[in-house]
Design a protein around this ligand. Structure first.
Ligand code: 8YV
Length: 320
């Protein structure tokens, strides 16, 4: 009997066809709505392999009702949606999709820097809404990126890619990370800073830490208070890294200048969320890795990981 692979979203057939040759593949019927918790548990109960998204909560409860499960392949680099400890205890391998999305996500961080600093969505809305009625010296004036100080919080692969893009804009680069990166300091001139110093000195603070118990609410009221009134906060990591209420109040009271957010505590973000009422916030629907090529590469990685596991071959991206 062929092993069973459960995929929790409807995906393009060509991306998963290699799996059909070695396994029975079941796919959830919706391309954009997650499986309800009960269905997810039932799927886990019969699967040898699961292909999941960050919107699937793979809790201990799900893992414990999965007697045959060998691998959970997460279509993302972050894996805060999976109880890694429970998976380890049950001997279930977890994989993610690093590297292939690094440049794409770094590009989007920069897109948000440009969009917030130069007020691009606001400017576009004015043109479309007939508000471009003339020229004035302070019309839609924003902030410069070139020559500014960029503070990267979380200097992993994506953090470093953002920092290197900053070099092209003649920025001074500060970074904060659990461990220092002496090679990057030497090679690119990045400067290590404690979080307080980084927040005080940066014009752009870009968050790229994974969401863990240690980073939950990392940027709260007192951290935002350290930032310059002219500073811009960019979050392309996870919503939970920022205290959204504190951020809303700081933006409303002009304690910081703007924010660019690709991620939220609750996704999709509710349309009545207070942050969405502010003109100095640019919001995106968690599209950090959403380029055609990168999404194809991410799917190829998941296919490869599951196939390797089911065929007893070496698995390339296990989460340690
Ligand atoms: C994914 C992400 O696009 O990789 C991650 O951790 O947040 C994004 O790149 C998204 O999670 C799709 O699964």
């Amino acid at each position: 009997m062929k092993p069973l692979v459960w995929i929790t979203r409807q995906l393009p057939e060509e991306s998963i066809s290699p799996l059909r040759e070695i396994a029975e593949v079941k796919m959830w019927s919706s391309a954009d709505q997650p499986m309800p918790a009960e269905e997810l548990k039932q799927a886990a109960g019969e699967a040898d392999a699961m292909w999941v998204m960050i919107s699937d909560q793979i809790t201990r409860e799900v893992i414990e009702v999965a007697p045959k499960l060998k691998i959970i392949a997460n279509l993302a680099v972050g894996y805060n949606n999976i109880d890694i400890k429970a998976a380890k205890e049950k001997g279930v391998i977890v994989t993610n999709t690093p590297d292939v999305l690094t440049g794409t996500t770094a590009d989007l961080a920069f897109a948000l820097m440009l969009a917030t600093a130069r007020r691009i969505p606001e400017a576009e809305r004015e043109v479309r809404n007939g508000k471009w009625t003339g020229w004035s010296v302070n019309q839609l004036t924003g902030m410069d990126i070139h020559g500014a100080t960029l503070g990267v919080v979380g200097m992993g692969r994506i953090g470093e890619a953002v920092a290197r893009r900053g070099m092209g804009f003649d920025m001074r680069i500060l970074y904060h990370n659990r461990t220092r990166k002496p090679e990057a300091e030497e090679k690119y001139g990045f400067e290590y800073a404690e979080l307080d110093t980084l927040l005080k000195e940066s014009d752009f603070v870009v968050l790229l830490t994974p969401l863990t118990p240690e980073t939950k609410g990392l940027i709260g009221k007192s951290e935002i208070a350290l930032m310059k009134n002219s500073a811009i906060l960019i979050n392309v990591a996870r919503g939970g890294v920022v205290d959204e209420q504190a951020l809303y109040e700081a933006l409303l009271n002009k304690e910081i200048w703007a924010a660019g957010l690709d991620v939220f505590e609750t996704e999709p973000v509710p349309t009545d969320h207070p942050l969405l009422t502010l003109p100095n916030v640019v919001v995106l629907p968690h599209i950090g890795s959403a380029s055609i090529r990168t999404r194809n590469n991410m799917m190829a990685k998941n296919t490869e990981s599951i196939a390797a596991c089911l065929q007893g071959k070496e698995i390339k991206n296990p989460v340690k």
